[in-house]
Design a protein around this ligand. Structure first.
Ligand code: ADP
Ligand code: MG
Length: 623
């Protein structure tokens, strides 16, 4: 056969220049940027040493302020100081049913704009402001160009919300390597993907309690790929609610009546402080005006019980959705600043009957996981266990007879490199057309053509002697590079293709379904084509031998052979598989006879000192 399979999956052989990837956690309350330095993921701090950047943007008439400094305007300029913009990303005005202090412009079915002192600002623009500050921070700290960024999004984010996040990153001048689910990033930070040797499935619960949102996701890890089995949460449940519960409790204890806005803000700040102090201390004193209150950890836990219980109810529902029970969970990861509270950690541990992982700072863990992924995606780590994305459709190339030779099957984890060897069809063939296709069907005409290129300058050889190594390489962005190399002469050619370019989800779906639907029909078509190609090849080889050997064409046996050849040529015009197979059988009888006779003749010649090379190579090719 013309195809010799050598396939050796391996990693990219191309040496890379120094490439920098950053990971960004674009959070509702806080955002962070991280990178991998000397093989360690690290969060990058600002000049003042802050790791977190509050996700707050203040629009003054003459300037835009982001982060801690923007928070100072929350009380005085609430309309111009945007907090929690993440809640607005990819949402239409009609979707926004929660309370907020902003004036929104735009149609009901569009993403709204915020009316600010600098005019209308979309959620995408506001998020881009936050991202731009993080990018600047990274540039300053790394002192090197940034190749690309991995940005995390909640697992429940839909296409519109993801697209809005991508748009924001683009606007901030970031090259998005990938959007990564926040729970997946947390699992990567804990290295839970490094046990890829384990073949059985592992399940992880990622419990994320942030400032204003709660998310719980159940991830399945199997064969190097994370899959979100179920996700759920509450868009208004988080640290802010804990602060509110504590404030309410204090007001009751101190029998405070209505507070002024300023008093309320001060007390809220105090409760937040007390909450955070109880993370390290057994008790704390809260002093407000002429009141004082001593709060213990245990008491704090009972005050915020409503929040913890609510999160565990959601957890139970998500576990049910994933069709798993608590005992199926191999590890629980704590994410989000609020899980630093021992009160929360204990509640989670009691519920899952397992000590949760919290050795990595829970408000940094997502950014750190994103940094690790970014580092792998830019190609700095070639140990091959970053297997988070898969090819949606199979990739292959056209072989003789319009058939598809599949090189990379669909659902193969990327990045991936596959190599396969091909050979020439005709004697003296000096060029080869490499036609790259995508799809699940067996015939080229039913697949999607991705591109063509030619490999020229193949040294003349008999059919089947040239060795052409074709390499398909899909990088982490899904970009396909196909190269071809003739190994004896080292002539090369290649092409870069973006397989998903112009391919909608609906197209992908259709190509996939067709693959299943026509599987039987394709099997037949492939077999027919293969038989035809092989018959053509045999006919061609025979013709050449007859021409070369100066066979006595009038001899009976050679006339019968020529008849059989003509009969086969005839049937090859049609698609009658049985007729073709019969004609091939018939021809074989005559060609074998002739071959035996010729062989004897050649051996006799050889004994007289004549070479047998030609005939021998012909016989081999018939195998
Ligand atoms: P998000 O993911 O929503 O952007 P974060 O993960 O940064 O939010 O969490 C912010 C929340 O974490 C705030 O409510 C903050 O009060 C809370 N938090 C931060 N540090 C602590 C701590 N030491 N103990 C308890 N809560 C904390
Ligand atoms: Mg978060």
């Amino acid at each position: 056969m013309a195809l010799l399979q050598i396939a050796e999956p391996g990693q990219s052989a191309n040496p890379h220049e120094h490439r920098i990837g950053i990971g960004i956690d674009l959070g509702t309350t806080n955002s962070l940027v991280a990178t991998v330095r000397s093989a360690q993921p690290v969060v990058l701090a600002d000049d003042a040493g802050h790791n977190l950047l509050p996700s707050v943007v203040h629009y003054a008439e003459d300037k835009t302020i982001v982060g801690y400094a923007a928070k100072d305007y929350l009380e005085s300029h609430p309309e111009n100081t945007i907090v929690s913009v993440k809640r607005f990303m990819g949402r239409s005005k009609a979707d926004i049913r929660f309370q907020h202090p902003y004036t929104l412009h735009g149609n009901d079915n569009q993403m709204p704009s915020f009316a600010t002192a600098q005019g209308d600002k979309t959620p995408v623009e506001i998020s881009a402001q936050i991202l731009a500050v993080l990018k600047q921070r990274a540039l300053q700290s790394i002192e090197h160009d940034i190749t690309g960024a991995v940005i995390t999004v909640p697992a429940y984010f839909d296409e519109a919300q993801r697209q809005a996040t991508r748009d924001a990153a683009q606007l901030a001048g970031l090259n998005v390597l990938r959007l990564l689910n926040e729970p997946t990033a947390a699992a990567v930070a804990y290295g839970l993907d490094e046990n890829s040797a384990i073949t059985e499935q592992q399940n992880f619960a990622i419990y994320d309690l942030g400032g204003g949102t709660f998310d719980i996701s159940i991830l399945k890890f199997s064969q190097g790929v994370f899959e979100v089995l179920a996700t759920g949460g509450h868009t208004a449940l988080g640290g802010d609610d804990i602060d509110r519960l504590l404030l309410k409790h204090l007001k009751q204890q101190w029998q405070l009546g209505d507070l002024s806005n300023h008093q309320h803000a001060v007390l809220l700040q105090l409760t937040k402080q007390a909450k955070e102090q109880l993370t390290d201390a057994e008790q704390t004193d809260i002093v407000f005006e002429n009141h004082q209150y001593n709060l213990s950890r245990a008491h704090f836990a009972t005050i915020i019980q409503a929040v913890t219980e609510r999160t565990l109810q959601v957890s139970a529902r998500v576990l049910r959705d994933a069709k798993l029970s608590i005992t199926d969970i191999d590890a629980v990861i704590l994410v989000g600043g609020s899980t630093r509270s021992p009160a929360i950690q204990n509640a989670v541990q009691d519920y899952f009957k397992k000590q949760p992982l919290c050795s990595i700072n829970p408000d940094e863990v997502v950014a750190l996981g994103a940094a690790i992924t970014a580092n792998q995606l830019v190609g700095n780590q070639n140990d091959g266990h970053l297997l988070l994305d898969v090819t949606p459709l199979s990739l292959g190339l056209e072989t003789m007879g319009g058939l598809v030779e599949r090189i990379i099957s669909r659902n193969t984890a990327i990045p991936i490199t596959r190599r396969q060897e091909f050979t020439t069809y005709q004697d003296g063939q000096s060029a080869m057309l490499i036609h790259v296709v995508q799809g699940e069907r067996d015939l080229v005409e039913h697949c999607r053509s991705l591109g063509r290129f030619e490999l020229r300058g193949i040294p003349p050889m008999v059919a089947g002697a040239a060795r052409i190594e074709v390499t398909f390489q899909v990088d982490a962005d899904g970009l396909l590079n196909v190269s071809a190399r003739e190994t004896t002469s080292d002539v090369q050619a290649h092409i870069n293709i973006k397989p998903s370019y112009g391919l909608s989800d609906a197209d992908t779906e259709r190509l996939l379904l067709e693959g299943f639907e026509f599987a039987e029909q394709d099997k037949h078509a492939r077999h027919l084509q293969e038989v035809k190609v092989e018959a053509q090849r045999e006919l061609e080889a025979l013709r050449q031998v007859l021409a070369k050997e100066q066979v006595d064409l009038l001899a009976d046996d050679s006339q019968a052979l020529q008849h059989a050849m003509q009969a086969l040529s005839q049937t090859l015009q049609g698609d009658d598989l049985t007729a073709i197979e019969n004609a091939v059988q018939d021809l074989k009888i005559h060609s074998d006879e002739l071959a035996a006779k010729r062989m004897n003749h050649h051996i006799n010649q050889a004994l007289k000192g004549t070479k047998v090379d030609d005939w021998a190579s012909f016989s081999q090719n018939k195998e």
